[in-house]
Design a protein around this ligand. Sequence first.
Ligand SMILES: NC(=O)c1ccc[n+]([C@@H]2O[C@H](COP(=O)([O-])OP(=O)(O)OC[C@H]3O[C@@H](n4cnc5c(N)ncnc54)[C@H](O)[C@@H]3O)[C@@H](O)[C@H]2O)c1
Ligand SMILES: O=C(O)C[C@H](O)C(=O)O
Ligand SMILES: [Mg+2]
Length: 677
Amino acid sequence: MWRQATRRSAQIRGRLLSTSAPAACAGAAVPGPCIVHKRGTDILHDPWFNKVLALFFFSPDLAVPARAPASRGLRFRSGTQDTAFPMTERDRLGLRGLLPPRVMSFEQQYNRFSECASLCAEFGREITHCRFANVGDARVRACCVAVNSYRSLEHNTRGEPETIVALAKWRILNRLHDRNETLYYRVLIDNIKDFAPIIYTPTVGLVCENYSGLFRRPRGMYFSAKDKGEMMSMIYNWPAEKVDMIVVTDGSRILGLGDLGVQGIGIPIGKLDVYVAAAGINPQKVLPIMLDVGTNNAKLLEDKLYLGLRQPRLEGEEYLSVVDEFMEAVHARWPKAVVQFEDFQMKWAFETLQRYRNRFCMFNDDVQGTAGVALAGLLGAVRAQGRPLTDFTKQKIVVVGAGSAGIGVLSMAKQAMLRMPGINRSGEGHNQFWVLDKDGLITKARKGLDPAVARFARGFGPDEVQDLHEGASLVEVVKKVKPHVLLGLSGVGGIFNEEVLKAMKESDSPRPAIFAMSNPTTKAECTPEDVFKYVGENAVFASGSPFSNVTLGNGRKGYANQANNMYLFPGIGLGALLSGARHISDGMLQAAAECLASYITDDEIRKGILFPSISSIRHITARVGAAVVRAAVDEDLAEGRCDVDARDLKSMTESDTVDYVARKMWYPIYSPLVNDK
Ligand SMILES: NC(=O)c1ccc[n+]([C@@H]2O[C@H](COP(=O)([O-])OP(=O)(O)OC[C@H]3O[C@@H](n4cnc5c(N)ncnc54)[C@H](O)[C@@H]3O)[C@@H](O)[C@H]2O)c1
Ligand SMILES: O=C(O)C[C@H](O)C(=O)O
Ligand SMILES: [Mg+2]
């Protein structure tokens, strides 16, 4: 059947847009005409249908400092609009007279692009190269303007505090998102490496912290403790008929910033932007959700501008009954939607994962997505030492942080070791991990340990040669263990200080690996500069938030890899969606991690590159997504989706699956709003 679908899609491409309904399935790269029930200004005000770009970038409220040339020159053009509505659409959708009369031709648009470029140059702006193939297209031109405006901002705000600049950039993108979704996602996809740090980690953390002040219009849905008993009907208030991907948070552990209550909604929004950019999920089918069950953040409770419930967090059964009701409501309306849990505090992250993972198609990104990314990095660190992967079982790994992320990583790494030859399947007597939390090294002497953590507590048996004690400090542990890997998921910025990093110099590995995975940047356990300075130039480094590479002596580069779950969650979600899996199994997650681990070549690994560039995120996601689909098929969990059923999926080869997944990715181009006839 899927082969028929392929043929059909080729035919559609041939006839270009002769269908009368929008494609119903996820992705569908070829746009059919979009049925639009709106007319006139309602279309212009709908970011989904809008094809107008006003040059809003130079408006005065951009937080651009007054001395910036932007406020001198380009503002006189602030009324300029680019419009790509053809005359047929203007006639039939009541748009005539509501737009400037010119519909730009290829040549005219190209010229206007050049004019804009020279105007920018006139004011000393840096015009970056255009990455778009077809520069004459209205959207493309607008894209260039947006990108150039952004670059101008970078140029004009040099020397300003980083937070001000980052928020100004976020506002530029957010405004575009509010006005013209198609263009926003085009800009994002074509510039993901530059824009990911704005719409995602680290700037999204700043946005969440300042959310009440930045709030302009709602995005996503809010279910609060006050909505108990109403959620089943509330879910139908969401205007889109179909939803494929949901990211939900309760705001209780936003990055390493703690409880931000309702302000945490920025995280699901950012994660879903990454879903659109990386996995090609149709943005009309994503839904960010905030479960507002109160907050224990005293500052927010006192803040007059705070937009959430002013009450302490619900606990126990009261809390779970809210999440249960929400999950049932989602499942009733969109039984095939994938639900990603994000930034829940540890106790609820584990509890909800156990509670729902066999009933719904869901996963916890902080526990499971992070684990896969870290495992890929750990395997890369073995390869960097020039050792075979089976030597992973001999690596000594110190993990700092025994929370949802740390324990997720430890569990997956342990499972991976147990699958390797020569290890007793029960794992007995094999503990390559030293785990620390805020009270130091965790040993079996610790009272009241969570069972998930207790599995990794050090004993005092004959294997314990390092003479360490309960609560030992990080530096003590590193000095005695001489680990191959030091991995931080503690949320404590700078905890890998000079003393700790110098101790890592004595590591038993010829390429000591330091993973400072906490977010945002201020919470990173250390910087790459410090790693290459104190541990040595042979170290390998990865962090959760992006850092720049470090220039080493002798013309070499110290690579600042980014070990962030954004490499995996889009592929896990997309693979689960396209396979139509009933639930997301350990096998599917493991396949995702292995796929990422194998993405990097030996040559890159030797240089210290452990993760691919974010610029390749769509390519990576197609592969990870396909690996997840194949694993779901192998485990008989795949039920298929739309016109590709389980048998079709089974008949696909590995490369067929990659093609299929890639073809299902949505790409932003304006859909015709009326039939051409
Ligand atoms: N890079 C990624 O993809 C990624 C993914 C998930 C989480 N994270 C980051 O990891 C961090 C932790 O997330 P989490 O969900 O595990 O949080 P969590 O609150 O569940 O756990 C934090 C852990 O750190 C420990 N800790 C606190 N202070 C410490 C100290 N001084 N020394 C040693 N340990 C200390 C705590 O005791 C706890 O065990 C956050 O900053 C988050 O942004 C990064
Ligand atoms: O959001 C991120 O950047 C990664 C991770 O999910 C986190 O919670 O830090
Ligand atoms: Mg997270």
